[in-house]
Design a protein around this ligand. Structure first.
Ligand code: AMP
Ligand code: MN
Ligand code: MN
Ligand code: MN
Length: 274
C-alpha cells in the first residue's frame, strides 16, 4: 500500500483543485491519501467526492500553523471528525488570523514600494490566503524573478514584508485534534532552518504535549535525513508519517515519490487501521 499523507489543493496554496489532486494521486499509484491544506478543511468534501469513484482512500487532513517558542511550526493532523465543533472553531480563528496577517503583509509591501498586493494575492487565492500567494503575485508583477526570491527579499522571516504570526499554540492544536478523534504529527521537522538541538527541543515539547508522530519520509530528502528522522521517531516513541507536501507538479516532487519508511518506524496509520 502506498500512503501519501501531506498535500495541498486550491483550498490553500496548492495549484490543483481537490478533484485534480485526487486524480493525480491515483495516477501516481497512491492508495491512501490525506489532503492537508493550510488551516482549512474546505477542500475535503470535494476530495472525498472525487475519491468515491476511484481506487483510493481519502483520509481527512489539515496542516495547522502554530507558534512555538516564537517560531512558525506546522503540524499535520489526520483522520479526525471534520464536523467537530472545537476543530471548526479553531480553524475559523486561524482563517481570520490569516486574513489579518494578509492585510499587514500588504501594508508592509506598500511601504517597500509595491502597491495593491492584497488585491493581487487575493486574486490568486481561491481559498485560504498564504504567503505563497504573495510570492506568486510578486513574480507576476516582475518584482522578483522566482518564488524563492520573493521569500528571500520580502516574505521570509526578518525580511521587509514579514509579519510575525499569531497562530494557535501547540497544545491547542494537539488537544483539539485529539478531541476530534484524530492524530497529529510534526510536519517536515527538518524544514524550519533549526539546529538539531532545536528540532530535538521541538519534538520533546510535542511529545510532552501528547503529540502522536513526526513526518519521517518526504520528497527530495536524503537517506541520511530520513534515517535521522526515523531515529528520532524511535527515540521519542512517536509514530512515523509520510507525505510529499505536493503543491503542484515538479520534476522532483510528486505524489507518492520516494515515500519509504525505514523498518524501525511505527507507521502512523496503524493508529486508525488497527
Ligand atoms: P504561510 O503559511 O502563509 O506562512 O505560507 C507558507 C507557505 O509558503 C508554505 O507552506 C510554502 O508552501 C510556502 N513557502 C514558504 N517558504 C518558502 C520558500 N522559501 N520558497 C517557496 N515557498 C515557500
Ligand atoms: Mn504551502
Ligand atoms: Mn508546511
Ligand atoms: Mn504542507
Amino acid at each position: 500500500m502506498n500512503y501519501d499523507l501531506h498535500c495541498h489543493s486550491t483550498a490553500s496554496d496548492g495549484m490543483l483543485t481537490p478533484t485534480e489532486v485526487v486524480q493525480r494521486a491515483v495516477e501516481k499509484g497512491v492508495d491512501v491519501l490525506a489532503l492537508t491544506d493550510h488551516d482549512t478543511i474546505n477542500g475535503l468534501a470535494e476530495a472525498k467526492q472525487a475519491a468515491q469513484d476511484l481506487p483510493i482512500t481519502l483520509i481527512s487532513g489539515v496542516e495547522i500553523s502554530i507558534v512555538w517558542q516564537d517560531k512558525n511550526i506546522h503540524l499535520s493532523a489526520l483522520n479526525f471528525d471534520e464536523t467537530n465543533e472545537n476543530l471548526v472553531n479553531l480553524l475559523e480563528n486561524q482563517t481570520a488570523l490569516r486574513e489579518q496577517r494578509a492585510i499587514q503583509i500588504a501594508e508592509k509591501l506598500a511601504k517597500a514600494g509595491i502597491q495593491n498586493a492584497y488585491e493581487g494575492a487575493k486574486n490568486l487565492a481561491e481559498g485560504e490566503i498564504t504567503r505563497a500567494h504573495y510570492a506568486r503575485f510578486l513574480v507576476e508583477i516582475g518584482a522578483v524573478k522566482s518564488i524563492e526570491k520573493a521569500f528571500k527579499k520580502y516574505l521570509g522571516q526578518g525580511k521587509s514584508a514579514y509579519v510575525k504570526p499569531m497562530w494557535c499554540t501547540m497544545e491547542e492544536a494537539i488537544d483539539t485534534i485529539h478531541q476530534a478523534g484524530g492524530v497529529i504529527n510534526v510536519a517536515h521537522p527538518l524544514r524550519y532552518k533549526l539546529t538539531a538541538r532545536w528540532v530535538r527541543r521541538l519534538i520533546t515539547a510535542f511529545k510532552e504535549a501528547g503529540g502522536d508522530g513526526i513526518e519521517v519520509s518526504g520528497c527530495g530528502q536524503s537517506r541520511d535525513q530520513r534515517q535521522l528522522l526515523a531515529r528520532w521517531a524511535e527515540e521519542f516513541e512517536l509514530y512515523a508519517s509520510v507525505g510529499s507536501d505536493f503543491h503542484y507538479p515538479t520534476q522532483w516532487l510528486d505524489f507518492g515519490k520516494d515515500l519509504i519508511l525505514p523498518s524501525n518506524c511505527k507507521p502512523i496509520w496503524t493508529l486508525w487501521e488497527s
